[in-house]
Ligand binder design. Structure first.
Ligand SMILES: *[C@@H]1O[C@H](CO)[C@@H](O)[C@H](O)[C@H]1NC(C)=O
Ligand SMILES: *[C@@H]1O[C@H](CO)[C@@H](O)[C@H](O)[C@H]1NC(C)=O
Ligand SMILES: *[C@@H]1O[C@H](CO)[C@@H](O)[C@H](O)[C@H]1NC(C)=O
Ligand SMILES: *[C@@H]1O[C@H](CO)[C@@H](O)[C@H](O)[C@H]1NC(C)=O
Ligand SMILES: *[C@@H]1O[C@H](CO)[C@@H](O)[C@H](O)[C@H]1NC(C)=O
Ligand SMILES: *[C@@H]1O[C@H](CO)[C@@H](O)[C@H](O)[C@H]1NC(C)=O
Ligand SMILES: *[C@@H]1O[C@H](CO)[C@@H](O)[C@H](O)[C@H]1NC(C)=O
Length: 403
């Protein structure tokens, strides 16, 4: 009897509490609007801060926004705070918020994605720190640190045009889509000490780059116009599907790849004019794409290389005739070599224009005799692999230029 009477009362209390805690998505146009959300625990839907919000918006109360959290085309807001917000189920978007200098969300740990573009004064950031996100883009902010980001895993991470950013120390252990770092502060040091594997990366305009634990690049790794003098991947063993490329790194003198055995795509090293020898691939055995080397080298050595599916195309401003002679022993049989290299072999010395040709997609022609319709199994197979590799180079170039 007693139980029967009590049940409806409990149910009623429960649903009243639920109603009090859950609020619908809404647009906040003032601090007064924001204060109305103080009793909400969950905002179901999108929470949008309108363009005429005034300078300070404090959204304390809600712990969760199930949809997006957006502040856009707002030149008035200077500080965005919440002492309660823990998660955003959709996108956390700050776009074209040119007065915003402070984001203080000390409990925020989880978002689906971050899209912060043109928060040009944002220099004071407090997050939970953030430990969960699938995609992050931070572009054109005034941040000098990304210490609020403490993710171990992420899908894609793009950091570009943050002119004040000088150091990025990351706890990432793996990254499943792409890392793009480009056009940030000119002294930017990137420290990815815990990174074990990464799907793809395109790194440009960086002064120091550290990947001591990196073992596998699943796709491609591309380094353009960086300022580092040395590059070291002491634990990298292979790329699983893509290319390795270094183009226009004008200060680069020295690289180390002591454990690299396989590149599943192509290898492009071009216009790194300080690099005077390529003797840092002691264990590299197999390259499934094409090789293109352009630079001021005097010496080239690949002591363990025994199979290159694509073309092998070398040109230097200096005298590399000795290296050419040695490398030509691996040329295709039709060119008088032992056939370790399956595509066209070419090696030229004293070419003043060697550094002008930096395009990965020009090293085509996997077929020695140029007969594309060849019924020769070996040749047509290498042609297919080569095309896949070239597609990789083009795809990574496209990705970087899409920024
Ligand atoms: C950026 O926001 C301002 C308002 O602060 C607006 O006038 C301007 O048109 C916006 N710019 C773009 C590119 O949308
Ligand atoms: C990348 O390679 C690592 C090591 O082989 C593997 O554990 C991981 O699942 C791969 N990731 C992707 C996205 O292929
Ligand atoms: C930054 O790198 C890009 C290549 O991604 C290059 O075009 C650009 O010139 C570099 N900027 C500077 C200032 O070096
Ligand atoms: C390098 O890889 C090995 C496994 O192959 C691992 O035991 C070692 O800790 C790694 N070194 C670093 C610096 O991460
Ligand atoms: C070669 O690299 C230098 C920077 O070191 C750059 O200024 C130049 O434009 C690059 N040349 C080509 C053809 O990419
Ligand atoms: C290249 O760098 C490695 C360490 O990364 C170092 O052991 C080696 O001596 C350097 N070689 C040259 C020629 O500077
Ligand atoms: C590299 O070669 C180019 C073209 O010959 C030359 O202008 C440049 O001075 C050389 N750079 C170095 C560092 O040797």
């Amino acid at each position: 009897m007693l139980v029967k009477n009590l049940l409806p009362a409990f149910a009623a209390i429960g649903s009243a509490a639920a109603q009090a805690g859950v609020c619908k998505g809404t647009t906040v146009n003032s601090q007064a609007d924001a204060s109305q959300l103080a009793s909400c625990r969950t905002i179901k839907g999108n929470l949008i801060v309108g363009p005429q919000s005034g300078a300070a918006i404090d959204i304390s109360g809600p712990e969760q926004i199930t949809g997006d959290f957006r502040v856009e085309d707002n030149g008035q807001i200077t500080t965005l705070t919440s002492t309660s917000l823990q998660s955003v189920g959709g996108q956390f978007r700050l776009n074209n918020v040119t007065g915003l200098n402070t984001v203080d969300l000390g409990k925020l740990t989880t978002v689906q994605s971050i899209y912060w573009v043109a928060a040009t004064r944002l220099d004071t950031l407090t997050l939970g720190p953030l430990t969960k996100a699938e995609t992050i883009r931070i572009s054109d902010t005034f941040l000098n640190t990304l210490d609020g980001f403490a993710l171990k895993s992420v899908g894609s991470f793009k950091i570009d045009n943050n002119r004040r950013l000088q150091k990025y120390t990351s706890q990432l252990t793996d990254l499943s889509d792409e890392l793009v770092i480009q056009a940030n502060g000119i002294d930017l040091e990137v420290d990815l000490s815990n990174l074990n594997w990464i799907a793809n990366m395109a790194i440009a305009n960086v002064t120091k780059f550290s990947v001591p634990s990196l073992q596998v690049v699943n796709g491609s790794a591309k380094f353009d116009s960086n300022y580092f003098t040395s590059f070291s991947a002491p634990n990298l063993t292979k790329t699983e599907t893509g290319d390795i490329s270094f183009v226009g790194n004008g200060f680069l003198k020295n690289m180390t790849f002591p454990k690299l055995t396989q590149i599943a795509g192509g290898l492009l090293i071009a216009n790194n004019t300080g690099l005077d020898r390529i003797t840092f691939f002691p264990k590299l055995q197999k390259i499934s794409g094409a090789v293109k080397l352009r630079g001021n080298f005097t010496e080239i050595q690949f002591p363990s290389l025994n199979n290159v599916k694509g073309a092998f195309d070398v040109s230097s401003t200096a005298n590399i005739r000795k290296s050419c002679d040695k490398l030509s022993e691996s040329a295709p049989r039709s060119q008088g070599g032992n056939g370790d290299i399956e595509g066209v072999f070419s090696c030229t010395a004293d070419n003043k224009q060697a550094n002008d040709d930096t395009d990965g997609s020009t090293s085509d022609s996997g077929n020695v005799d140029g007969t594309d319709g060849s019924t020769d199994g070996e040749n047509s197979a290498s042609g297919v692999v080569l095309n896949a590799a070239l597609f990789g180079l083009v795809a990574v170039a496209g990705l970087a230029s899409a920024l």
